[in-house]
Ligand binder design. Structure first.
Ligand SMILES: Cc1cc2nc3c(=O)[nH]c(=O)nc-3n(C[C@H](O)[C@H](O)[C@H](O)COP(=O)(O)O)c2cc1C
Length: 190
């Protein structure tokens, strides 16, 4: 519980501190091993390190400094090509019936459904990073069309959902106190 209370969204990263490959590997593993409905895994993660590409993305992200200052910018995407063929690639044969039901039920808004799965992965990554001492800021405020264009996502069968800036916070940053609604406002027992 300490981790949940201590973690916070980093607004100012130390641009000189880079996450080592092993640690980055753990964060990407948290993405890959995140749960999804019927294990369909309708997602992809683009690791953006190229400073020039990040400079291009920044103006389409309300000029947020995390886009260029964080060690890595991870762009979490939904797949745009979820169909029967994709399901064939999912190994869990025993989930086939369930998977077909999901495709039928969500047919009119598969994009919304896939987006929601990606957000579960975001949560898994936020918790993992907090546990291994990596600072984060989820980035939802950006122009999705521009990200898709700059990162060539359409060609990859992907569409951007949300980004995650990861790295280490700049020393001496003063934090706002953490505020949340009271338990009685958000927890309901029946
Ligand atoms: C899906 C999502 C998108 C977010 N997008 C942004 C963002 O674009 N820029 C930003 O500075 N913070 C962003 N945040 C961070 C929230 O503002 C932050 O989680 C919230 O204010 C609570 O603060 P805490 O994370 O420090 O506890 C986002 C958080 C989530 C979960």
């Amino acid at each position: 519980m300490d981790i949940v209370r201590r973690r916070h969204s980093t607004k100012k990263f130390d641009a000189n501190r880079v996450i080592d490959d092993q640690t980055l590997g753990k964060i990407l593993e948290a993405f890959r091993f995140s749960p999804s409905m019927a294990n369909i895994q309708p997602w992809g993660c683009v690791v953006v390190t190229d400073p020039e590409i990040r400079r291009q993305l920044q103006p389409y992200s309300y000029n947020q400094p995390q886009i260029v200052d964080a060690s890595h910018l991870l762009v979490l995407c939904r797949r745009t090509d979820i169909d029967e063929d994709w399901l064939e690639r999912v190994e869990d044969r025993w989930l086939k019936e369930l998977q077909k039901h999901i495709l039928e039920k969500e047919a009119d808004h598969l994009d919304v459904w896939a987006n929601s799965q990606v957000y579960v992965a975001l949560g898994t990554m936020l918790a993992t990073c907090a546990a291994i001492g990596v600072d984060t800021c989820a980035i939802g405020l950006f122009d999705h069309e521009k990200y898709d264009e700059i990162l060539w996502l359409t060609e990859k069968g992907l569409a951007s959902c949300v980004a995650l800036a990861v790295g280490y916070e700049k020393d001496g940053i003063k934090h706002w106190p953490k505020t949340r609604f009271a338990e009685e406002d958000v927890i309901f027992r029946v």
